[in-house]
Design a protein around this ligand. Sequence first.
Ligand SMILES: Nc1ncnc2c1ncn2[C@@H]1O[C@H](COP(=O)(O)OP(=O)(O)O)[C@@H](O)[C@H]1O
Ligand SMILES: [Mg+2]
Length: 269
Amino acid sequence: MPSLPQKPVDTEAAPTGAVIDARDLVKRFEGMTAVSEMSLRLGAGEMVGLIGPNGAGKTTLFNLIAGSLTPTSGAIFIAGRDVSQESPEQRIGRGVGRTFQIPRPFLEMTVLENVLSGAQAQDGENLFANFFRPAHVRSQEKAAIDKARTLLEFVTISGLEHQPARVLSGGQRKLLELARILMADPQAILLDEPAAGVNPALLETIMERVLALNAQGKSILLIEHNMDMVSRLCSRVVAMALGRPLAEGTPAEVAGNPDVIEAYLGAMA
Ligand SMILES: Nc1ncnc2c1ncn2[C@@H]1O[C@H](COP(=O)(O)OP(=O)(O)O)[C@@H](O)[C@H]1O
Ligand SMILES: [Mg+2]
């Protein structure tokens, strides 16, 4: 009998203790540098705020970490492994989930189907195609549906599971997106402005759910302009402007930092 292939020794894993370790990232688009020598670490169980005026490069940094953009230079490590060359799907498989600044659900699919679309197979492949296949995947399918329902309860929109996603409000779409990424059991979660355009009642729900996820041990990187939310959720805040890190510290320290204040005033002018 042939022996099972041996798993190669993992020589790339350098134990830094960080779930996400972005090192010296640079991202140039034609004619402009969106991210420039930006480094950021997210420790296990940490919740870190990422602030900065519009255009600072925050979303671009998320795109580099999640793999939807390739850095011009620099590297991204997930749990000590260099993933700079890996696809977004592979990085989801390694435990990084991200939400988008503007959620883009499948509008004509139901809320439940949208959550199911976040399911990942072991090899990082999306499981969703399986839901249109016959019986041999039924048990997998049932487990996934149960999980999706539990997640919809967790994000408090289970009553809407059979509705098409297009009927959801902006805030409900953010909750739906959160449930979708939780299908893949992320260890680290990148949230891009989860409070933007959300009504106050739903905002409270979103904050509670994010806190609950962090209490379960998930590491969270939070882009947010709502400083009240950042102060309540994050022990550490990183401010960036013009693609670079500007300040780092407690929420109060960073909010009171003259360079940070100037960057926000400069961006408004
Ligand atoms: N795909 C892209 N092509 C060209 N420029 C981009 C692209 N994505 C972002 N940018 C530019 O990079 C800068 C940083 O944008 P972004 O990362 O979205 O900032 P933030 O999220 O902090 O508001 C902006 O000037 C933006 O116009
Ligand atoms: Mg942005």
